[in-house]
Design a protein around this ligand. Sequence first.
Ligand code: SF4
Ligand code: SF4
Ligand code: FES
Length: 575
Amino acid sequence: MAIQIEVNNNKIKAKKGETILSALQRNGMSVPTLCWIKDLFPTGACRMCVVEVEGAKNLITACSYPVYDGMKIKTHSNRVIKSRKIIIELLLSNHPDDCLYCARNKSCELQSLAEELNIRERKNSGNKNNYHLDLSSVSLIRDTAKCILCGRCVRVCEEIEGVSAIDFISRGNKTIVGTAYEEGLNISSCVNCGQCIMVCPTGALYEKPHYEEIQLNLNNPNKTVIVQYAPAISVSLAEEFGMKTGTNVIGLMNSALRKIGFDIVFDTSFSADLTIMEESAELIQRIGDGGKLPMITSCCPAWIKYAEQFQTDFLENLSTCKSPQQMMGAMIKSFYAETENLKPEDIFSVSIMPCTAKKFEQQRDEMTQKGIADVDAVLTTRELAKLIRLFNIDMDNLEPELADSPLGTRSSAGKLFGTSGGVMEAALRTSYTKITGKEMKKFKIPEVRGHAGRKEAHLKIGAINLGVAVVSGLKEAETLLQEIREGRDDIHFIEVMACPGGCIAGGGQPINSKPKAIKTRMKSLYKIDETESIKVSHRNPSIIEIYQQYLGKPLSAKSHKLLHTTYIKRDNILL
Ligand code: SF4
Ligand code: SF4
Ligand code: FES
């Protein structure tokens, strides 16, 4: 029901029951927030969002207080601004003064708020916190001294990911956010998803950088440096350079990577197609042989670690396919090395991923051949942007270029891997052809598209009735798996991604993006699929050639050796 409220003397429409913040945002206005997270229940902890409401004695938190008809609000009265200033001044009183060296310099909400509120001098001097940096994780760095205790990371880790690797520990002015017993993140249950980085307002959480070792190898004449980039990167990198959200910069990115000095540029969407060839064959085999169902996708390394820790009764349900990053890594150091007469140890293989968990996956023992890692370093989208800036490359003045062949040719189905539901849609397109011998009449499968945390469809493919589910956010996965444990048997194939919305919302993507950025990136991937002609993985000409020349057929002995893996039950000493 629509009601009317008055904000700063403007009459605006609001919905009965919504919060003041929600009404403001829908009407193109806002107030600063620090603890609020979209779509999660507000805690009202930081009080940054306070507003003055006529007739109310105290200032009111806009993120948690509902509107009522006729409500009169001042969002930026002197009293409100003074209150916000005091909060920021207190937060700054013991904050390290190292903005110049901070990973979040220029993307820090605390820094922006200090500027916005015109705080240009230190008003209070508290004792500086002297916490150690937690460098133990292969994916993330925690700098507790910069934590302002907003609690966003704790909530995302628990309520979206269902992991609870971090929490508030100790009491009073000793309170910090950390792991149980304040041990390193590496021995906690953290699955490296990086969603905590995406919500942290300060530099208290950031990815473990790999770009310095890449620079070293780019300058080593004895190394062939090969780079691959994930499907989601080309529709999110533009934001780092002030271009319109969702712009597909794939051609410019190929050009930039060559200008930086990478010898060969491959597109991970090629190995996404390879994943589909293997995964659809595996699904059909499991259905035919009475194998373990539902089969669950294995592209997301955060989901895999989560399953290895918390869903161990489903380990046999996981597809044995390596992720596209690792399939590409294995092909580079086998097929490509053999074709080009290169020794695997003379190749430095870099991947650019929207994901911090890929840094963990890259160093797993299973992802090696004769002790040599298939992927040597992983850059996030943010790190790639830094590298492009370091090399003073002007993205506005580049000529678009194509990726190298043969591992750079893709179908649009492979490109869909960047969004939640994309792996499912691509796998169904190829499975359909393998089962019926025909192509689908319409390739778009609307039931598995969109941003919902859970999507389901029931399809008839030939004589097979196939139930499929797509979940993103590990808490959603946990709920679905519990339903299956309790007897649900109509689902045969599940796609799981840890990040809500899929890789377009990964933990390595640009920070502080526009509110609709994830949906816009998703639309951009669907548009690519709509406009391109090769829409199925099995029609990618390079895929056809590689099976003919090298791999034989999906699930062959060679495919198994290079492209498949196993999983381990992980014990968490802190659980
Ligand atoms: S990376 Fe993911 S699992 Fe690890 S602490 Fe952050 S939100 Fe939790
Ligand atoms: S680490 Fe960041 S997100 Fe977590 S409580 Fe501290 S400031 Fe907030
Ligand atoms: S954002 Fe409203 S209380 Fe923190």
